[in-house]
Ligand binder design. Sequence first.
Ligand code: GLA
Length: 398
Amino acid sequence: MMKKFLLSGFILIEALAVSVNGQSSSSQKTLKEAFAGKFLIGCADDLTSNNDAYQASIKAQYDIVTPENCMKPQPIHPSENTYNFKTTDAMVDWCEKNGLKVWGHTLAWHSQTPAWFFQAVNPKTEEVQPPRQPGGMRFDPNAPRLTMDEMWARSIKGEMASKKVALKRLEKHIKTVVGRYKGRIIGWDVFNESIVDGGDGTTEGLRTFSWYKVAGPEVLTKAFKWAHQADPKAKLYYNDYNIEQGAVKNKGKHASSMLLLKRLLKEGAPITGVGIQGHWHLDTNLADVEKAIENYASLGLKVSITELDVTATGDNSGAFGVNQGARKIPAENYIKQAEVYKKLFEIFMRHSDVIERVTFWGLSDTRSWRRGQDALLFDGQLNPKPAYNAVIETGMAK
Ligand code: GLA
């Protein structure tokens, strides 16, 4: 098996030397060609610093781009009266010019969201946070480790905003951002990562800080309604990591996600789909992945894999603070990685009636938040890895 993959991976590298650089070779399909008619293939990037090879790869391999960072609340709306649309405008323009679609990420989240949304009184000036003093922030190894709730509470200056004020701010944020790109961005991650890790699945398990503390559980339904008002044709998703976990036994984070989604539907949220982020590793439970897709489909929702990567080393399971990987990754790990990718895409193909999109989180092993864990289909020189071959073969077997 290993020999077969190594060999086919090697032949593929030869065959793809041309197509990866943008000119499609007749013998080998690119990712988007291999899955055409089944689901969209995407990548994540802000498109701010791509050389020709990366731009050619984006155009050849993908149907759709998700901005990796520039649309998150912090960069796009750093203070109450400041929006930064420059990077997003440029990326949307580039995608349109080059025939690519765009997915919006993300309207509401507990992370990368500035404190002004939650503070009763905000400074009138553009600068919300005081500038850091040079050398002022020192890591203190003896300081107690703060929980996420505590860190969030510390970030709030002065009184917390009332529920009414916070909701008004979120409404304005969503309507401004979605409205600006109406008809140009095909869909949005409306809420990202609302569910805590480690719950038993008997409740929705919403986080206990940020939007959920200030505005209550109904903030999700309202956010979906505002996004729909701003662009009635846009697809609207709930997006989260590890929400497939526990699907087979209907436990844990998956069971919580089902409770949350059922409530949103009952409350009339115009939700169209669920984003399973897909930050996975060599031992990810694939039966859970398939069962989760089936369970979401049973609610009448579409599904996308929104942030796919499979680490070739390390015990990553979707969050920060994981093992960042060994220095040297054994060759057999890349073969195992190819097998996992193949099985995943076989699952996606079996459910291509409900899967709308599979997006890889990054562009190559060096253009990835999992740098050092070699989680994507292309190495740092954009050469296709055995996993690329395995994925293409799965698409071509359709
Ligand atoms: C989460 C977010 C992404 C990104 C990754 C890490 O999955 O949804 O936007 O921040 O974490 O890069």
